[in-house]
Design a protein around this ligand. Sequence first.
Ligand code: OAD
Length: 244
Amino acid sequence: MDKGLIELVMNANSLGVLTGAGISAASGIPTFRGKDGLWKKHRPEELANYQAFQKDPRLVWEWYLWRRELIKNVNPNAAHYALVTIEKVVENYNLITQNVDNLHTLAGNQKVTELHGNIMRSKCSVCSKPFLGKINLNAGVPKCEQCNGLIRPDVVWFGEILPQNAIQKAYEIAMRSEIFMVVGTSGVVEPAASLPFIAANNNAYVVEINPQKTPITDITDLYISDPADKALQEIEKKIIERLN
Ligand code: OAD
């Protein structure tokens, strides 16, 4: 592990992290574009969009409930926990995730900006009012008590714009972080893919952790080609050694 990185992290006033599906791979959740990707088995381009929901809301919900079950049965891994340790040692720490799996929050990260929503939440497809009830498809797709709109998963679908407050926060984090870590994302889905470039343009020290190179790799100050759990666990270990 790069010793210079540990010193930088220990002395940083601000650190931003952008995560993608790769950070949850060690928890057993397939990435989107990997060979065992969820996308391949279930053709989500067909299901994760508003038109599909309008056409067959039950089918879309069946797929999301299947994914919820998959996620309910997994735990955060060493990479998620290592980020919690980093959060404790850097004053202005902020995490941006494209993942909808809730694992950063489950691991104990406090400052999480969810760019693509959260699969465990539901909301009205018309007025966006949060829906806190249980989804029981035997009784049909539930409707909003306020406007009678159909309830949908609170995630960003293909073709939809990101929650304004989340993307605004993400841009701010990218612009003001001294260190910007990019973990387990293919860096091909906008606007998240631009965040490391914004950070680099604002003189952040950009670190990428990904076994495979991405369009981001060329602009990094440090590229670590290990899986996220291994790389972040090593960083965490070195930080704890420094603290003792
Ligand atoms: P991808 O599946 O596109 O990319 C996962 C990345 O993780 C790849 O670059 C892998 O090389 C890397 N990876 C795999 N295993 C890893 C490991 N153990 N440690 C570190 N990295 C590893 O997933 P995302 O980039 O997250 O959007 O995809 C971005 C968005 O595309 C998703 O949020 C989703 C999808 O469309 C929406 O649902 C709106």
